[in-house]
Write a protein that binds this ligand. Structure first.
Ligand code: TXA
Ligand code: MG
Length: 312
């Protein structure tokens, strides 16, 4: 499977029902024509993703949105502020969005990603792109073209290489219900940022069980093969284990320390999180401990991913 920086190559494949990994500012997505069911099915198949878990539709420009969904005034305000960027909105869908995209829901998830290659690609195409994270269902999300190649290389037609993703955590998923803003997935835009911008309290409806009524958001997710346990300061560690750490004062007694950010910087920790989880499997580790980060700003989304990764 080729890997390269050719937008034209990616465009041609997508126009012919192919599937292409695309860079975004959050994680790499596995893209297909969002208006073509044959192409969409290939995405579910390559990811081994159950069809009850719907896909995000990616568009290039806000003026395309009314073709696919209806924006409310409140969500429009958020879109104007945060697009292009890591914000996904759940909106009432139009007829032309297939049930295969939304898993039968009347709402479609839409976002405008921020990456120069993918923006150019979207603006050249005559259709939007579905793009779930480009990893096998349940595994760690990819933050580089190499991650995609290692996990899905043989199953996809092209990887558009846009370097390492800038943020490293998925988009924040938001809806509006009864005039209230609701967060469905913690992500790259923090609760605080949204509350400050909207000047109102927002509600969290994060799915946390393994048989979700709202699809997606499964309990076990983002999981490496390596067994993970929460770090407990007073326990003596298995000497062959690794530890995923945050901040200075690294502990002793571990075979390997993967420090997400020595300077206690949450942006840096977000950007290195998925690489750290994947590196455990690369070095065939059997056990790793995980230190949680402060539960503030981006830290909430980082801890959300760590907790789901641990439940395996
Ligand atoms: O940052 C991101 O959002 C990345 C990049 C590639 O854009 N995409 C991503 O997609 O994380 P995915 O499929 O890995 O996660 C999307 C989540 C899933 O948990 C899915 O259930 C939820 O969004 N979702 C998608 N459409 C939905 C819908 N119509 N209603 C409710 N949840 C939806
Ligand atoms: Mg995903």
């Amino acid at each position: 499977m080729p890997i390269g920086e050719s937008i034209i190559e990616a465009k041609t494949i997508l126009e012919n029902e192919g599937i292409v990994a695309i860079p975004t500012e959050t994680v790499y997505g596995l893209a297909a024509n969002a208006l073509n069911e044959n192409a969409i099915l290939k995405v579910y198949e390559a990811k081994k993703r159950p069809k009850f878990d719907p896909l995000i539709v990616h568009i290039g420009h806000i003026n395309q949105i009314q073709k696919y969904a209806s924006l409310t005034p409140k969500l429009n305000k958020l879109a104007q502020e945060f697009w292009p960027g890591p914000l996904t909105l759940l909106l009432k869908k139009n007829e032309n969005i297939s049930d295969l995209v939304t898993a039968g829901s009347q709402r479609v998830a839409i976002r405008i990603p921020k990456h120069h290659l993918t923006s150019q690609l979207l603006n050249l195409l005559a259709f939007p792109l579905v793009a779930p994270s480009a990893n096998t269902f349940g595994y760690v999300s990819p933050t580089s073209a190499l991650h995609v190649e290692e996990n899905l290389g043989s199953k996809i037609d092209y990887i558009l290489n846009g370097g390492s993703t800038e943020i490293g955590l998925e988009s924040t998923i938001i809806s509006e219900e009864n005039n209230k803003i609701i967060i469905h997935r913690l992500g790259a835009i923090s609760i605080e940022e949204i509350e400050n911008f909207m000047n109102e309290k927002i509600e969290l409806q994060i799915q946390n069980n393994s048989n979700p009524s709202a699809p997606g958001m499964l309990d076990k997710h983002y999981s490496p093969k390596c067994k993970l346990l929460p770090y407990l300061p007073n326990e003596s560690p298995d000497p062959n284990s690794s530890i995923i750490w945050y901040g200075p004062n690294e502990p002793e007694g571990y075979d390997e320390i993967l420090n997400l950010s020595k300077d206690s910087n949450l942006n840096e920790a977000a950007a290195s999180l998925f690489s750290a989880l994947r590196s455990l499997d690369k070095s065939n580790k059997n056990l790793a401990y995980v230190k949680f980060v402060p539960e503030t700003g981006l830290g909430r989304a980082i801890n959300d991913r760590l907790k789901r990764a641990i439940r395996n």
